[in-house]
Ligand binder design. Sequence first.
Ligand code: NDP
Length: 283
Amino acid sequence: MGAMRLDGRAIAAEIQEGLAKDVADLRAGGVQPTLAVVLVGDDPASHSYVRGKMKVAEKLGIGSRDHLLPGFTSQKELLDLVARLNADPAVHGILVQLPLPGQIDERMVLEAIDPRKDVDGFHPFNLGSLLQGGTPMPPCTPAGCMELIRRAGVDLTGKEAVVVGRSEIVGKPVSIMLLAAHATVTICHSRTRDLAEVCRRADVLVVAVGRPRLITPDHVREGAVVIDVGVNRVGDKLVGDVDYAAVAEKAAAITPVPRGVGPMTITMLMKNTLTAARMASRP
Ligand code: NDP
């Protein structure tokens, strides 16, 4: 059959065009949307993610400030920085790049961020709001997945959605969003008995595990929409959790890796930064 390729990069570019206009409007009104990015340590992957985010911010006219701290930074120093950024009216969004070094309690740092500046959407207040029917600051990767599903033309009402992975940053929140969109949702994880059988129920399959090519055609129903969140380095290549070439023969639509969910995640981060700037500038 040959699936429709859900080109995250192209869709992200389209959304970013709209965001750039919104940024220009805000700036014309005297508000410079600004994102503060905090990075602790010198993990090359984290540095590359942060560079990617700042590049897109710049392209859209969003101001960005980077706070690059040494790996030995103490919890108190990091909390002090978060407090300063919380109090700074020129900063609308605060992103603390994860993972943090072992001496720092990640949860405590995320909880210290003002929920109104929590552009990653990981603060318990925002996750709680998501559970209670919606938040202006949804977590970025799940929001990106939902946008891709919408763009695939899927009406989720009454559909079977299966999510593989139950992490707090992807699996759990995307499950809640699918539920809010009226899908019948099943969440799988490492203890799921017969993963392939459960996945084959899916009209929409979202995979966020971190195992290269875990999902094969055996897991996929003919005509399903498949969203592959996984990013795995195999040799010098990035691959997803889904065996793209084989599954594309069976699916109706599928996201590639790279250039699928990744660019959507960054775009949703920018959208949240704009939302935060708008909320802060309202009287
Ligand atoms: P986590 O490691 O936090 O969670 C992985 C989940 O997969 C867990 O719930 C785990 O189950 C489950 N799992 C592990 N092995 C299996 C298995 N064999 N069968 C079924 N389920 C299994 O990962 P994240 O959610 O943080 O990330 C998942 C992937 O998505 C990674 O590759 C990551 O790099 C990528 N990612 C991509 C982003 C993007 O923007 N494109 C953003 C965020 C993540 P259990 O809970 O039982 O341990």
